[in-house]
Design a protein around this ligand. Structure first.
Ligand SMILES: Nc1ncnc2c1ncn2[C@@H]1O[C@H](COP(=O)(O)OP(=O)(O)OP(=O)(O)O)[C@@H](O)[C@H]1O
Ligand SMILES: [Mg+2]
Length: 344
């Protein structure tokens, strides 16, 4: 392991660097290239949004970072560099998460403590047969040597912090006794109980009503202020991206096609796919308001048969025959910090 200072490629602020990450599922029918050469980075304390249509590899990217990709999925290439800041008595260091045994001690020490994740459906990370308190207590005592009484007190403190009503009673409840919004709060409390440096939120509010969604989003912003953690926010909802994030990564078929700060992405989108995604946002006050997102022309191709050249070319209004259907475009920096994978 190298120290951050000795690595010329990174500055002090970088928390995670995903480099040419490839996570494939080898199935009898063929290979699904769920993540196929993704590159992006997250700085300490930054909120980054990951957007793209269903199936473009957002969740598998998140699961690759956590090292919880389900079999037969496997990281087959690339690196995920985790830059740990120096703390009392320990030096800063860089760990390549792709090199760790997914069942080993080292990733277990990181997962849930330094990097934690909340899911769209709380029941994927809450156990139905244990009380909220037992589950939060277990996370705390797994990572910190404290007595059960202290773990419980911290659990109540966390529930209070996430705005759970009556935390000292809720802590003894089972998940099924709570509403969707309360379960989501419990999951966030659990994810934050060890003060992670990165919180991955995978569609954390999609299943909630708008009022509860607004509460959870403002809670996450407030907690980020208090804890200074970075958030990787995965969502279909570009309104949420605009409201929550500083930097946005747009994915299409396992690749990053555009990445920029949130203003540049919304006001000067360069990739035809990003432009199409933005056009699909319903405008307020218009008749489309209540409809679902207008979708982009065509459908995402079969994941076994990624098109030659630019993967988006069959759906792209601006495609140039003989160019876009021939060579895969590389990422180009169009203005400082604004990257696009498109020949246009
Ligand atoms: N367990 C699995 N076995 C086989 N293929 C999988 C598995 N999990 C995911 N995939 C495939 O990997 C690709 C990326 O999936 P992923 O879940 O990352 O998409 P996503 O961007 O999170 O989509 P959504 O917005 O619907 O959540 C998809 O083609 C999906 O079908
Ligand atoms: Mg997903």
């Amino acid at each position: 392991m190298m120290s951050i200072k000795s690595s010329p490629m990174t500055n002090q602020d970088t928390l995670i660097q995903v480099k040419n990450l490839k996570t494939y599922f080898r199935l009898d029918e063929g290979t699904v290239r769920a993540v196929d050469g993704a590159d992006f980075e997250i700085k300490h304390g930054q909120t980054i949004g990951i957007v793209g249509e269903s199936g473009c590899g957002k969740s598998i990217t998140a699961r690759s970072i956590m090292r919880i990709v389900a079999k037969p999925g496997k990281i087959v290439g690339g690196n995920i560099l985790f830059h740990r800041k120096a703390k009392e008595g320990t030096a800063a260091e860089t760990i390549d998460l792709t090199s760790l045994d997914p069942y080993g001690d080292e990733i277990r020490r990181i997962r849930g403590a330094e990097i934690s994740m909340v899911f769209q459906e709380p029941m994927t990370s809450l156990s139905p047969v244990h009380t909220i308190g037992n589950q939060i207590g277990e996370v705390i005592s797994l990572h910190q040597r404290v007595s059960p009484a202290i773990a419980r007190a911290r659990g109540i403190e966390m529930l209070d912090l996430v705005g759970m009503p009556h935390p000292n009673r809720t802590i003894d409840r089972y998940p099924h006794e709570l509403s969707g919004g309360m379960r989501q709060r419990a999951m966030i409390a659990m994810a934050l109980s060890c003060r992670p440096s990165l919180l991955i939120a995978d569609e954390p509010t999609t299943a909630l009503d708008v009022t509860t969604e607004a509460q959870i989003l403002s809670l996450m912003r407030q907690l980020q202020n208090d804890f200074g953690m970075a958030i990787m926010f995965i969502t279909h909802n570009l309104g949420v991206v605009a409201q929550m994030t500083q930097q946005v990564v747009v994915m299409y078929m396992g690749k990053v096609v555009e990445s920029a700060n949130v203003d540049a992405l919304f006001y000067e989108p360069r990739h035809p796919y990003t432009q199409a995604l933005l056009q699909s946002i319903p405008r307020f006050g218009k008749r489309r308001e209540r409809k679902r997102l207008a979708s982009i022309k065509g459908t995402v191709p079969d994941p076994y048969a990624i098109p030659r050249g630019c993967a988006f070319h069959p759906r792209c209004a601006q495609m140039i025959r003989g160019v876009c259907d021939a060579d895969a475009p590389k990422m180009i920096e169009v203005t400082p910090g604004h990257w696009v994978r498109c020949v246009l």
